[in-house]
Design a protein around this ligand. Structure first.
Ligand SMILES: Cc1cc2nc3c(=O)[nH]c(=O)nc-3n(C[C@H](O)[C@H](O)[C@H](O)COP(=O)(O)O)c2cc1C
Length: 365
């Protein structure tokens, strides 16, 4: 791989759908379980996101588009008027601080628990997550999900579209459809979790159908230029076994390439990976890449800047960071000046409350 002399810098502006971004750094979506039990965003979330308004774009944490899609306790939702009102305080605070936001829409599928949502989880096929699920009373064995009927699939697609409308009403510039990391959309894509024999299973064309229908319904509702899709080719966590990774993403990208979406967002993107390279060649729009920084380890000393620059040179348009933004409200400034980063306090990611959430210092104090 050679470095393209036209490679943009992380600190150059970029256009994204209806937005003009002042830099190419995106805050990746991160579940922080600080909403109330009813999924209503709390004022502390407005403080947290406004502190991080220096990001070129913030993609707010996974929000559930319906009740059965709720993964864990205390994650936010976006399916009724209280959720819209709660999120509006967040988008207003971020806007007042000069920032821009999308909201991630996530249906958990088999990653969920009756204790969290009050409902039995649903999925492409009745195959349990081979793991435990975090609930308010601790880690519980995952239950065998119920397979969605064709009618329920249509309703779920409609729920995503309604949630996207709610997100725009709440002041978000757009939404990111979560097709990554083992949640419902990814469960449809993967052979290991999708054993359906109807038109939503079997061949690659069948397994990508639900994702394509969700993305198109959301785009029809709020405009394709306001819709991104997150994918995680080859991801093997959360019990995922895709089987034919290269074929899945080749087909998905070919199907959506002409739709005029805001972006495609690739998780754990590796510039040496042939699937990543093929996606870049085939995807005509904005590509956001989330570099591999080493999961469960401290962030690299340069905050991921070298990894980000390698991905820009490989054709990514924007770079997303998760933990860097979590622990450094002024991450853009720190990366620009080469300042030392605050270390991530891992034990406080999902604990609720202000500690480890809104108390990370900026360079200014
Ligand atoms: C606390 C935490 C919560 C996360 N929640 C989500 C989420 O809601 N949706 C999602 O797509 N990814 C989620 N992720 C993954 C991040 O978006 C990102 O892909 C990952 O942290 C790797 O980027 P990093 O090395 O810059 O942290 C989460 C990560 C962390 C650390």
């Amino acid at each position: 791989m050679t470095t393209n002399t036209k490679t943009p810098s992380l600190f150059q502006p970029a256009d994204l759908g209806p937005l003009h971004l002042p830099n190419r750094l995106v805050m990746a979506p991160m579940t922080r379980t600080r909403a109330g039990a009813d999924g209503v965003p709390q004022p502390i979330m407005a403080t947290y996101y406004a502190q991080r308004a220096g990001a070129g774009l913030i993609i707010a944490e996974a929000a559930t588009p319906n009740r059965v899609g709720q993964t864990y306790a205390d994650i936010p939702a976006i399916y009724d008027a209280r959720h819209v009102a709660g999120w509006r305080t967040v988008t207003e605070a971020v806007g007042a601080a000069g920032g821009r936001m999308f909201l991630q829409l996530q249906h958990g599928g088999r990653i969920g628990h009756p204790e969290n949502s009050g409902l039995h989880p649903v999925a492409p096929s009745p195959i349990a997550l081979p793991d435990t699920v975090h609930t308010a009373s601790g880690h519980r064995e995952a239950v065998v999900p119920r397979a969605l009927t064709a009618e329920e699939i249509r309703q779920t697609v409609a729920d995503f579209a309604a949630a996207a409308r709610n997100a725009v009403d709440a002041g978000f510039a757009g939404v990111e459809v979560h097709g990554a990391n083992g949640y419902l959309l990814h469960q449809f894509l993967a052979q290991g979790s999708n054993r359906r024999t109807d038109e939503y299973g079997g061949s690659v064309a069948g397994r990508i159908r639900f994702v394509v229908e969700v993305v198109r319904a959301v785009a029809a509702e709020i405009g394709a230029e306001r819709v991104g899709l997150r994918v995680s080719p080859g991801f093997g966590g959360q019990g995922m076994a895709e089987g034919d990774t290269a074929e899945i993403y080749r087909a998905l990208v070919a199907e959506l390439a002409g739709d005029g979406l805001a972006y495609l967002h690739v998780v754990f993107a590796d510039p040496e990976d042939t699937v990543f390279q093929e996606i870049r060649k085939s995807w005509p729009g904005v590509l956001i890449a989330n570099p591999v920084l080493g999961w469960g380890q401290p962030l690299p000393e340069d905050g991921g800047r070298a990894a980000a620059e390698r991905l820009l040179a490989a054709g990514a348009d924007l770079i997303s960071f998760g933990r860097g933004f979590l622990a450094n409200p002024d991450l853009v400034e720190r990366l620009r000046t080469g300042a030392v980063l605050n270390p991530v306090r891992d034990g406080l990611m999902y604990t609720g409350g202000a500690e480890g959430y809104i108390d990370y210092p900026t360079l200014a104090g």
